[in-house]
Design a binder for this molecule. Structure first.
Ligand code: ATP
Ligand code: MG
Length: 208
């Protein structure tokens, strides 16, 4: 997978997410950015404990990691990294990018985010260093406004609208509704095999 462009450097997409579960919205976003930006590879990076979601229940990192592996296995340009799953403590994107930079010094990084995540970006830790570590690519997502804040280091890309969220997938499983065709077949089967999301995860805990 070593393609040398004018710079001779590998073009590496980075698709971070909780992936609880991974769904076709994530996969289409990564595929579209890979095609449009001529990426050699897209590495999917499931979070450890996401800092924005610490108050919510998030499935075990190992389940999220394995579902991501299953979902990406058939694409030769898609890979999965354990950097965030294996790092203790909450996941910050700055650490993800620093670690990937250290592991892949030959690569230029393209960090892929949906419109909702891009909107939050300015509240992220060490925002100024983020821009120096990666080029950012924001993609459209139904229900969210895509705004690159006029920055040169942020590109915007319209992708086919996939009105799918992991939150909705979890709610569907809890309500016994199908998630076929929203997530890859192997992920449907993985969810059933381990009984994930059978209880409504976002419901408030009952009073004790
Ligand atoms: P949750 O509902 O649990 O927050 P999610 O569907 O938003 O899950 P995340 O793992 O939070 O998925 O998202 C990872 C990244 O993928 C984010 O940058 C998010 O904006 C992007 N993304 C998620 N779903 C879509 C979609 N349907 N279209 C485009 N981008 C998406
Ligand atoms: Mg989300």
């Amino acid at each position: 997978m070593h393609r040398s462009g004018a710079s001779g450097r590998l073009r590496l997409g980075v698709m971070g997410g909780t992936f609880d579960p991974i769904h076709h919205g994530h996969l289409v976003a990564a595929s579209e950015v890979a095609a449009e930006f001529d990426l050699d590879e897209v590495v999917f990076v499931p979070t450890g404990q996401p800092w924005q979601k610490s108050h919510k229940h998030v499935s075990e990192p190992e389940h999220r990691y394995l579902m991501t592996v299953i979902a990406t296995a058939s694409n030769p340009r898609f890979t999965v990294s354990r950097v965030d799953v294996d790092r203790p403590g909450p996941t910050y994107t700055i650490d993800t990018l620093r670690d990937l930079r250290a592991q892949r010094p030959d690569a230029d990084l393209f960090f892929i985010t949906g419109a909702d995540a891009l909107a939050q970006i300015l509240s992220w830790k060490d925002i100024d260093e983020l821009w120096s570590l990666a080029h950012f690519v924001g993609v459209t997502r139904p229900g969210h406004v895509l705004d690159g804040m006029g920055r040169d280091d942020v590109s915007l890309l319209e992708v086919p609208a996939m009105a799918i969220s992991s939150t909705d997938c979890r709610a569907r499983v809890a309500a016994n509704h199908p998630v076929w065709y929203l997530v890859p077949d192997g992920v449907v089967q993985y969810i059933a095999k381990y009984g994930l999301y059978e209880e409504a995860a976002e419901a408030d805990a009952p009073p004790s």
